[in-house]
Design a binder for this molecule. Sequence first.
Ligand SMILES: O=C(O)CCC(=O)N[C@@H](CCC(=O)O)C(=O)O
Ligand SMILES: [Zn+2]
Length: 345
Amino acid sequence: MNQLQQRLTEQGDFLHLSRTQPELLDTPIDLTLANGTGVRVTAPGIIQFSAAKHQGKDIVLSCGVHGNETAPIEICDDLVRALLTGELETCQRVLVLFGNLPAMDIGERFVEENMNRLFSGAHSDTPGLVNDERRRAKQLEQSIADFYAQGNEQGQNYRCHYDLHTAIRASKNEKFAVYPYRHGKPWKTEQLQFLLACGVNTILLSNGPTTTFSYYSSNEFDADAFTVELGKVRPFGQNDMTRFEKARQTLTALVSQAELSFPAYNPDDFHIYEVNQVINRTKEDFRLNFADDTPNFTDYPKGTVLAEEPGATYVAEQDGEAIVFPNAKVALGQRALLTVVPTTI
Ligand SMILES: O=C(O)CCC(=O)N[C@@H](CCC(=O)O)C(=O)O
Ligand SMILES: [Zn+2]
C-alpha cells in the first residue's frame, strides 16, 4: 500500500481528500481492505466498494448533487469512512457519489448550473459541455453505467440508487421522496417500506420524464431510484443529525446486510401525492403568489393564484392542491413550482 492508500484506509477521509487535494485522486486507485473488500476510486468524490462475498445488490448512494445540501453529505461521508477503515463491512457492491464538490466549497446549490437538470444526456445539449457541472454530470452518469455494467458481468444483480438531498425551505412533511416516472410500470410498495424505515413517509409520484439523477438510473438501468429529501438545507456542522438517524441506520443495514425485511405495506403509514402541475418559469418577471417562508406541502383551494408571469397565471386546479419546491429564481425554462394532490397506489 502506498502512502495515499494507507491514509485512506486509516483515516477514511475520502471526502476531505476529494475536496482539498482532488489531484491526488485523478489517477484511479484500486486496493483491497484487510476484510477482503475491494475499493476503487475512479475520480474525486467517486468511490466504489465490492464485498468479498457479494450478496447480489448493486447499490448507488449519491449526495451533494446540490452543494449546500449537507446532511446527506455528512451521512455518506461517515458511511464511506466506516467502510474504508473497516469499522463497517459491506456485503454488496456499493458506489458512493459526492456530486458537486466545488459547490460544497462555496456552500451553494451550484456554481454555474443546477446539476440535477443535466442528466439523461442533458449535459451535452446545446451549448454542450461548457461548464464543470455539465462535465461532472456526464462523469457521474458514466460512473453509474460502468458500475452497473461491471455488476452485470458477475450475474444480474438487483439495482438501486438513492439520490439524497435536502429541501431549500421548511416542509409540512419533513422528509419526503420523489418517485421518478415509471412509464406505466407499477410503483413498488416494498420500496416505500424501505423509505419508511429511513423515516420518509411522504412520496411524490412523478408524472413524466425529467432530467434528474434519480430518473436517469430508474429509466436507463431499471434501478429502484428515488430523490430523497432529508429535511432542510443547513451549513455543514449545523444539522441536527439525530433527525436522520433512521436514514443512517437503514442505509447502513442496506449495505451491510444480505437482505432487509420490513413490515407489510400499510397505506395509513404514508402521505402519497401525485404531481398535478409542473410550472416552469418562462419569463424574467416570474412571481410566486405566497410568502417566501411558506412550507412545502401547503395546500390551497381550487382557483387560488399560485404564481404569475407576463401572459400566464397559474392557479390551483383542485381543492387541496399543494405546493412543492417553489423557487422563482430558477433559470428560464426550468421548473419553478410543482403542485401535488393526494392519491393512493
Ligand atoms: O427545495 C427545493 O426547492 C429543491 C430541493 C431539491 O434539490 N430537489 C430536487 C428534486 C429532484 C426531483 O424532482 O426528483 C431538485 O429540485 O433537483
Ligand atoms: Zn437538491
